[in-house]
Design a protein around this ligand. Structure first.
Ligand SMILES: [Zn+2]
Length: 358
């Protein structure tokens, strides 16, 4: 490949085109400099020909391509090796871990979105939701809760009038109770009058038209929107997962940092390890989708979550941190527990926060 690159740009590299000043950054250059030591642009004042231009373009693709190939190969087949090499200084060999994670997750969601779009039958929709790390279960419980509140509101409508509180009375209550009562009052009011405009509703309730009150009132429509179409909300949640993991990673890295601190890895290096693991998860899911789709079951996805995923995580820990089997196994159990509990906890907050801004 090196020779190919040489051929493509040999003309521009020749001595007759070398200058004494970098055309890109103005750094003083020697005639012997092939590249600028400051910004690494080629030292050449030759006018750009089509051949030069496309040559540069193709060689940049080839470099990117080889970087991508190395990243994929090491990430998929040598657990922990990529992080070890990267942390030890082999940066240019691999793609940037954060950018790579975002790219892979974006491709994953585009691919699942496409599959959902082209095969909108019941079975595949439910299968894909299950791959999405239990979010569907959470959605079900949310919509179950919503329908409960609505039927509760219905029974209120039939049996007794609104239980009215004034703004002052609500303010006097303890914080959580105040929010609960305010929400159920607004919910009852909404169920009864179906007024969508928060300003008008607050006015007829004789409540202050503040941003908080408008927000609490507007959640009525959100609840209705979600219970009418839970899948749409699930889709909305799912597109936010990469960003959610992005914010979850620093928290998770804290536990790595706690139990591996003596090994003198920096916090950032633990983060890189975690992002490599996350990237592997999305890559493996992406790979498992195709055979699962063909045989019409969740065999490969289940295999991944039950065997391949945990095994890979253990191997990556052992190869990257290089501790004994027993120690690695103990830390593997600890970190997996933290991962599951932490993810469940963070996901709950994430779902609640998503409802708040949906
Ligand atoms: Zn320069």
């Amino acid at each position: 490949m090196k020779r190919k690159k040489e051929n493509l740009s040999s003309g521009r590299k020749s001595l007759q085109y070398r200058g004494t000043k970098c055309l890109n950054c103005g750094h003083p250059l020697d005639r012997s400099d092939v590249y600028c030591p400051n910004c690494s642009q080629l030292n050449s004042d030759k006018q750009l020909s089509a051949k030069d231009f496309f040559g540069e373009f193709i060689s940049s693709i080839l470099v990117y391509d080889s970087r991508l190939r190395k990243t994929l190969k090491d990430l998929l087949f040598c657990p922990g090796k990529i992080t070890r090499n990267y942390v030890e200084g082999q940066r240019l060999k691999y793609a940037n871990p954060f950018r790579f994670f975002l790219s892979v997750s974006i491709i994953y969601f585009l691919a699942t979105g496409l599959i959902n779009f082209f095969t909108p039958n019941e079975e595949i929709v439910s299968r894909n939701s299950e791959t999405k790390i239990g979010f569907n279960a959470m959605m079900d419980s949310i919509s179950a809760n919503t329908s409960r509140t609505i039927s509760y509101a219905d029974s209120i409508n039939k049996e007794k009038p609104l239980k009215y509180y004034s703004d002052k009375e609500l303010d006097a209550m303890p914080f959580t109770q105040s929010y609960k009562e305010r929400f159920s009052l607004y919910n009852d009011f909404y169920e009864k009058h179906k007024i969508k405009n928060a300003g008008i509703a607050l006015d007829s309730l004789h409540h202050r038209n503040t941003a908080v009150n408008r927000w609490v009132y507007s959640k009525n429509t959100t609840v209705e929107k979600i219970s009418e179409d839970p899948t749409e909300f699930a889709q909305y949640l799912i597109t936010k997962i990469p960003f959610f993991l992005f914010f979850f990673a620093p928290l998770f890295a804290l536990f790595f940092w706690l139990i591996y601190s003596w090994k003198e890895y920096t916090y950032m290096e633990h983060m890189i390890f975690i992002f490599h693991i996350f990237s592997f998860i999305f890559l493996a899911l992406l790979i498992a989708i195709i055979p699962d789709l063909l045989i019409g079951s969740k065999f490969f996805i289940s295999c991944f979550f039950l065997f391949i995923g945990p095994f890979y995580f253990y191997k990556a820990l052992r190869n990257f941190y290089q501790q004994s089997r027993v120690l690695t196994l103990l830390k593997f159990v600890f970190l997996s527990t933290v991962f599951v509990i932490g993810l469940t906890f963070a996901a709950t907050i994430f779902v609640v926060a998503s409802v708040a801004i949906y």
